[in-house]
Design a protein around this ligand. Sequence first.
Ligand code: BGC
Length: 721
Amino acid sequence: MSMDRIRELIDRMTLREKLGQLQIVFRPKLEDAAELVRAGLGSVFWPPSAAATNSLQRVAVEESRLGIPVLVGLDVIHGQRTIAPVPLAQAAGFDPALVTELAALAAAEARSGGVTWTFSPMADISRDPRWGRVVEGFGEDVHLTSTMVRAMVRGYQGGDLTSRTSLAATAKHFVAYGAPEGGRDYNGVDASDHQLRNVHLEPFRAAVEEGAAGVMAAFNTVAGVPMHANRRLLTGVLKDEWGFDGVVVGDAEGVRNLVAHRVAGDEAAAVVLAFEAGLDVEMGGAPADLTDEALTRIDGRRLDDAVARVLALKERLGLFDDPYVDEDAEITEPSARSRRLVRRAAARACVLLRNDGTLPLGSPRRVVVTGPYADSTDHLGAWTQYFGARAGTIADRLRDRLPDAVLEILPGVGFLDEDGSGIPAVVAAAHSADVVVICAGEPSALSGEAASRSDLRLPGRQEDLIRAVAGTGTPFVVVLESGRPLVVADWIEHAPTVVAAWHGGTEAPAAIVDVLLGDEDPAGRLPMSWPRSVGQIPIHYAHENTGRPATTGGTLSADETDVGLHGPDNLQDKFTSKYLDLELGPQFSFGHGSSYATFACGSPTVSREHVECSALDAGAAVTVSLDVTNTSARSGDDVVQVYVEDVVASVAPPVRRLVAFERRTLTPGETASFTFEIGRDQLGFWMTDAAQPRFVVEPGVFRLHVGSTLASMQSVELLVS
Ligand code: BGC
């Protein structure tokens, strides 16, 4: 259908039919859905079957007045039938090609059941791990998040949305939803233009550039203006400045929420405000009560533009030509191939936080498996509720893999309760074991939407269990599953071997066992910093230097408490940016991680030490290269990261920011050369001093820090003139 045909169709629509196309109704019953679609509803939010979708499409095409097929939307977040690791874990894999494969798998499974539109990826930058939705995104970093957002959009959409294996992707939640005050979900955000442009908007810009079909408005306010009514950002930036020609969908009841936000007196006013601001589809049901009079308050051209966007999406998906799916080809179960893929992904997402050599385990004869995750099946993570997906247990997988060992499975404590009466039995068993595997963490329900926490320690008595096992002197490993960074300060010094495994999905138990036994290398890297204490939050590596950077923290002593003067001696130690009662920096920084193999890095070199701004503007790039050698007797993965430090800029720059990375497997003794392009995009930033922000590269010295962890970086300078 051409644009002309879309216009023709719009010309034939009544106001009510137009409104129908601008709504997605949330989880209606099948019979209600048919009735709504017959009356002209444009989209349903549904966990459907192929047969149910086909019957609904039949009603739409054959029984509604205009015969327009429906969009079927669903939160396909990290898998449909085969559940992949949560997005935060996918980010930890530092492997965008794998993220694309996982999204393509999810798309094929979902589309086979008739879903055409997913509300993913989440492009929000999260720097506050109290916020439960950090699990749904790619962490704290702008470059990592933008890269993964692009990778996921590519995976969902493929090159062609008409393909029976593609889904329309939606970047959400536009914008700054990841920065709610206090980490409390849905709370307000007061971000400057500098922050918006350089941090929160960037991953959305990447999604739009990648061709994402949809963008979802966020629940939060930005500087007092709820995003569902934010004309400046929805229309001004997203549509006008970036040229986004897809569909802006509201979040569930987000339009209705404008009344609670107190910017609309009633729901009709909320609807008018939202559509006028640039929303194209309302999710939930607010407009159902609208009078025609209220509808006519919305500018007619705006309404038609929104309808045209929805119809164009249906056209892009090929629904006008064939809205049906092949019921015999519906995928209802994971396949051997899909299981292999998510198992590999779950293993690659694991981050070796520390290792004293206890891992990999080798061939232990007596193993105690303890902690609430030992025999739990709760590995799927948030947003997996629709199709009854299941995972097994770590205990069962270990039993399969170590048939000759004596395994004692003693959870010892629950996830949340305060009952520590099982700990002594674990301690007794640990005394006669070769190794103890403690499977600890946060159950899936503690992260996700409306799941913010003010305390990020392991819940219940899990920390006591770890300390008790540590007291036995038996070697042990802690496997942590969670949907967010945790505060581990109260036990980490007693635990020399810790793996962060996140919520790994359908095959998490098998993947964790692969890692424990050394079949897979847990060489992921942290996509978010792990704080020492909740009092440090928000914490992230790309902070400003401040006018008084500290070199030490946690130095509170009695005689310092009454120092009142800014004397030259005091200035250095006392009047610096730190907490008196906390060491500097996070427990584990963004980018932290290791491998079972060991690597030696050469010094980084640049292809040229000097480049002109005008050359960068014309597309020139400098390359930075570094050789890495696997110095161990086993294969393993290194993740080389490149950070830029802008030494002097006209706006205080972050101390460093990631601009490139690559994860690669190196065989024993192999030396590999890693090369990265550094051009305008990597060196510039958004300048927001004028009404129209602009992306600039300023002349001066840039330090490029290259290496496998933030702690072991080597640097090389580049002069831009
Ligand atoms: C969430 C969205 C989600 C929508 C539909 C909302 O509550 O914020 O991320 O897509 O529900 O389930």
